[in-house]
Design a protein around this ligand. Structure first.
Ligand code: NAD
Length: 468
């Protein structure tokens, strides 16, 4: 971007923010009926664009209609329905039990919007991960600027159009663009930043937020393990594993990155996985309408490099021109290989093995805390031990990904996989500042707390001992 264009972009962005700040200060977004009417209008607009969203996702990376609905469109509509149904209840000040130390009082929690919020979205679930935080940020009464991913141009255009058709720019808007636009946006002062993307860029976002002490949610990625012991029904495991790993072409933040299988089941596991892949995507997955493409050539190159020197047990076919890589199984990669050092984010499944629990520790504790954690087992004490021993964002026992589907469960990472949680009401709470308010009664005002304090010490100790 040349200097003239840069100045123009910065001017436009700071104008938008200044209008949004003005609109926020007008208190209009705090009006619950106004918020509700816009959420309902947003629902009408999104429903009217269902086919456009599905087509755009297909144009961007050949996502099938089924996966587009299951993992993006359907969830967005559910979150909108939830927000519309519960908004008044969520936003209502909540009466909290008073304390004897504040007696006489009525105590409350007020939920207030933060103000003007920036949402930066990734490309892998481009509609869902721009719209879901947007819905909850608006439900909470904020004004919002969302920047969808530059890598999914068709979907980003639909997002921009939907928002434009419902909201005045001073309330919500979508600004499309790549790194330059993100950088220009991050240079501004926001009241809150919500970022979904890689750990590497998450660090840049956190640094930009630190400049103004802006609160930030980071929804990042990582290497999510999937442990499989020898007490399981391997055919069922293979069915679920092939679904969870190859959905979206393996480009899912909570996909199982790698498997750690009990060594005595490895060969059989690989055999049932092969059968299952063939059953789902056929002999030639490139021809399957249900198997998406890798998002771009850079990522194909990256995945090709990850496969170098690997022992491929199945798949490994690459058609770089078509951004295609077949469902691939890698047998026992070295822990120091690039494949095991970075998030794979593609349809490559490494199978590692263990014999003892120390073997599992050696693998998991040498990798940053993951976003998700999966264990397949029928051994209750093994399951209990693993989910309690390791730190991760969220987990599933005997299946994959489905924790994302329950809006009552907070979703987010820990450590290198992120900070902050959302989904359903947790999203509304994330985009709200909780203000505790104590309304003191005037009918009783003992002189005890006022100076002079002489002679009051023992009563003070008694009060804290029994009522503190
Ligand atoms: P990314 O970090 O490359 O990009 C995310 C956003 O940041 C995009 O809008 C992009 O324009 C912007 N961006 C890119 N470079 C930037 C820079 N230098 N400065 C400022 N902004 C910049 O991520 P991606 O490739 O779009 O998505 C894949 C990653 O996201 C994976 O690591 C995946 O695990 C993670 N992810 C996490 C979740 C989650 O919910 N935790 C969900 C989806 C994806």
């Amino acid at each position: 971007m040349n200097t003239f264009k840069k100045t123009l972009v910065l001017d436009t962005i700071s104008n938008i923010i200044s209008h949004q700040r003005g609109f926020f200060k007008s208190q209009k977004t705090k009006d619950l009926d106004y918020r509700l009417s816009l959420l309902k209008a947003l629902k009408v607009e999104i429903l009217a664009n269902e086919q456009a969203v599905i087509d755009a996702l297909n144009k961007d990376f050949k996502k099938s209609e089924f996966e587009a609905y299951l993992s993006e469109f359907g969830i967005v509509i559910s979150e909108l329905n939830l927000a519309i149904k519960h908004l008044k209840k969520w936003a209502k000040p909540k009466r909290i039990k008073s304390s004897l130390l504040t007696f006489p009082s009525k105590d409350y929690l007020y939920q207030e919007p933060f103000g003007t919020i920036l949402i930066l979205a990734p490309w892998n679930y481009p509609f869902l991960l721009a719209m879901e935080p947007l819905i909850m940020a608006l439900a909470a009464g904020n004004t919002v600027v969302v920047k969808p991913s530059e890598l999914t141009v068709h979907t980003s255009k639909v997002i921009t159009r939907i928002i434009k058709n419902v909201f005045p720019e001073s309330h919500a808007t979508s600004i499309e663009g790549g790194v330059e636009i993100s950088t220009a946006l991050l240079a501004q002062k926001w009241d809150y930043i919500f970022f979904t993307g890689s750990t590497k860029i998450g660090k840049i976002v956190a640094q930009a937020a630190a400049k103004y002490l802006t609160p930030v949610v980071l929804e990042l990625g990582g290497k999510s393990p999937c442990i499989i012991d020898d007490s399981v029904n391997l055919k069922l495991v293979a069915r679920r594993l092939v679904w969870g790993k190859f959905l979206n072409g393996g480009q899912t933040c909570i996909a199982p990155d790698y498997v750690i299988a009990k060594s005595n089941i490895k060969q059989e596991l690989i055999a049932v996985l092969k059968t299952e892949i063939l059953r789902r995507y056929g002999e030639n997955p490139e021809g399957s309408a249900d198997f998406p493409r890798i998002i771009n050539k850079n990522n194909i190159k990256r995945l090709e490099t990850l496969l170098m020197d690997s022992s491929i047990a199945f798949g490994g076919e690459i058609n770089a021109n078509e951004c295609y890589i077949s469902p691939t199984i890698v047998d026992e990669p070295n822990l120091n290989s690039q494949l095991m050092q970075e998030e794979i984010f593609g349809p490559i499944l490494p199978i590692l093995t263990y014999d003892t629990e120390e073997d599992i520790e050696q693998i998991i504790w040498n990798i940053e805390k993951p976003l998700s954690f999966y264990v397949f087992s029928n051994n209750t004490s093994f399951i209990k031990e693993t989910i309690e021993k390791y730190s991760f964002g969220g987990g599933v026992i005997n299946d994959l990904l489905i924790h994302f589907g329950n809006h009552r469960l907070p979703f987010g990472g820990v450590g290198a996989s992120g900070m902050g949680k959302y989904h359903g009401k947790h999203g509304f709470d994330t985009f709200s500042n909780t203000k505790p308010i104590v309304k003191r009664g005037n009918w009783f005002d003992p002189s005890f707390r006022y100076a002079p304090y002489k002679g009051k010490m023992s009563l003070l100790r008694t009060v804290f001992k029994y009522f503190g």
